[in-house]
Design a protein around this ligand. Structure first.
Ligand code: FAD
Ligand code: NAP
Length: 438
């Protein structure tokens, strides 16, 4: 498939009994987002001496996405502050950053990665960190002007420029993107309606009691929440969006729409070179695909987790960061299993949501603190096992929960609910009684 393409760089092979010396190896990373950046920078932190090539299809050096729906949208963080490192970092650390070019094919047999401009990178190890893309909304009208997505800095810039000029916004999807955008838009004095197919906010990520806290508090902030409904079409005058029509025929007038109905993992590159793909690129406990020269990390990777049943694909900063570190460590000669505790956060106005662990499949919840207020924790159990803890405005409980879950320590429902019970104690005791992890 790659035959005939110009080979711009060759890894030099000078093997001793088939082994390539590390200084002569090339690590190619596809995706210059958080995970890809993390692999490159940790390789250098670990003094990996070989070549590191980081390829991204966006026209930017790696940048942080979380501020896009928060501080950047609010205007309190400028675009120049979003970069993961200053522009000089890449040359200073011998990271060959290629931006604005898509990787289009992998020749596994010859370890070649082809880019869209027909250049080819010869790799010894390939890391797929291709992330995910916006899920399109399959209804008429999404091509009207005033209809936005929010994944990239280019999309966020356009949205921010519009916010000062609009009066009414409709957000489709009450997930993280939708609600963070809604909270930010309120600060511009915009009237916000959220349309969600499920019966509660962040239903995929949150327990029923924590969803209820957010539904109530967002309503108090004047976000109008429409649950259990779907969008039939977006309506417009000329080329401009003027409203969103639900399947019941209700038209919500607006001059701006944000679609935040989830993401699709970018697995095509892996699929075309016959790697196993199941709602993500399937990797083992060291984040390797079935090909020992190809790893996958971050939003695009599906892995088994000690914190879940079966295979999971996690879309979060922590996951991409920790997986990047794990893969860089292995390539640099320090292999380890990926065991990090999953955790998440979301800032929505004055509400700081933090989640430790994976709570899908929980069959019992216990609330600590007053669920009628804006500071409480929900402990999610399956049987006796503590799966995860959701907190709002309780950072100390969140940190304690991460330790509990990391040490696989459970506690009783009574302990969880009792504000006088010190959550730091069981985790600390368990950590002391265990041999330290390699
Ligand atoms: P990405 O960051 O998506 O990077 C993948 C990169 O690969 C992209 O630039 C993509 O264009 C590129 N790419 C894909 N295919 C190719 C190809 N073939 N060739 C070259 N390049 C390619 N998470 C949290 O935990 N907390 C938050 O508060 C939070 N806020 C967020 C706010 C927003 C607005 C968004 C969009 C996400 C937020 N997230 C948050 C999620 C978090 O940013 C992602 O989970 C994280 O960025 C995943 O990193 P990644 O490297 O796997 O993918
Ligand atoms: P998300 O959290 O998956 O939420 C999407 C929501 O939209 C879900 O509740 C989904 O319901 C709903 N939905 C799906 N189809 C719909 C439709 N046709 N009409 C109305 N609602 C519909 O995804 P997101 O909020 O779009 O976020 C995108 C990505 O950015 C994710 O990777 C997310 O993790 C990341 N992100 C993370 C954070 C954070 O961690 N703080 C912040 C922003 C963004 P179903 O679940 O029933 O499909």
């Amino acid at each position: 498939m790659l035959a005939g393409r110009s080979v711009v760089e060759h890894g030099r092979r000078n093997g001793v009994r088939g082994q390539i010396q590390m200084s002569q190896q090339t690590v190619a990373i596809v995706g210059a987002g958080l995970g890809g950046f993390q692999v490159a920078s940790v390789l250098r932190d670990l003094r990996f001496p070989g070549r590191v090539v980081l390829v991204g299809d966006e026209p930017h050096a790696p940048y942080h996405r979380p501020p896009l729906s928060k501080a950047f949208l609010l205007g309190t963080t400028e675009e120049s502050k979003l970069g993961m490192r200053p522009p000089t970092f890449y040359a200073d650390n011998r990271v060959e950053l290629i931006t604005g070019k898509r990787a289009v094919a992998v020749d596994r047999a010859h370890r070649k990665l082809a880019l869209e401009d027909d250049s080819v990178i010869q790799y010894d190890h390939l890391v797929l960190a291709t992330g995910a893309r916006n899920r399109p909304l399959p209804v008429p009208g999404t091509d009207l002007s005033g209809v936005h997505f929010l994944r990239t800095v280019d999309e966020a810039r356009m949205l921010r420029a519009s916010l000062g000029h609009v009066k009414r916004a409709v957000v489709i999807g009450a997930g993280f993107i939708g609600l963070e955008f809604a909270a930010s838009a309120l600060k511009y004095g915009v009237d916000v309606t959220v349309i969600e197919v499920a019966n509660r906010p962040m239903a995929r990520a949150l327990s029923v009691p924590m969803s209820a806290v957010f539904a109530r508090e967002l309503t108090k902030m004047n976000v109008r929440l429409l649950f259990n409904t779907q969008v039939m079409r977006l309506v417009g005058e000329g080329a401009k969006v003027t409203g969103v029509e639900t399947v019941e025929g209700q038209v919500v007038p607006c001059d701006l729409v944000v679609i935040g109905i989830g993401v699709i993992p970018n697995v095509e590159l892996a699929a075309t070179c016959n790697l196993d793909v199941q709602n993500g690129i399937v990797v083992d406990e060291q984040l390797l695909t079935a090909d020992p020269n190809i790893s996958a990390i971050g939003d695009c990777a599906a892995h088994s987790s000690a914190h879940a049943d079966g295979i999971v694909r996690i879309e979060s900063v922590q996951n991409a960061t920790d997986q990047g570190r794990c893969v860089a460590g292995r390539i640099a000669g320090r292999p380890s299993r990926f065991t990090a505790v999953p955790w998440f956060w979301s800032d929505q106005g004055d509400l700081k949501l933090q989640i430790a662990g994976l709570t899908a499949g929980c069959d019992r919840t216990v609330v600590r603190g007053d669920p009628a207020g804006t500071s409480c924790a929900v402990f999610c159990f399956r049987g006796e096992r503590l799966l995860g803890v959701e907190t709002v405005n309780r950072p100390a409980d969140h940190m304690a929960a991460r330790r509990l879950i990391g040490n696989h320590v459970s506690l009783t429902a009574e302990q969880a609910a009792d504000e006088r019970f010190d959550l730091k104690q069981p985790g600390a005791a368990a950590a002391l009684s265990r041999p330290s992890q390699p």
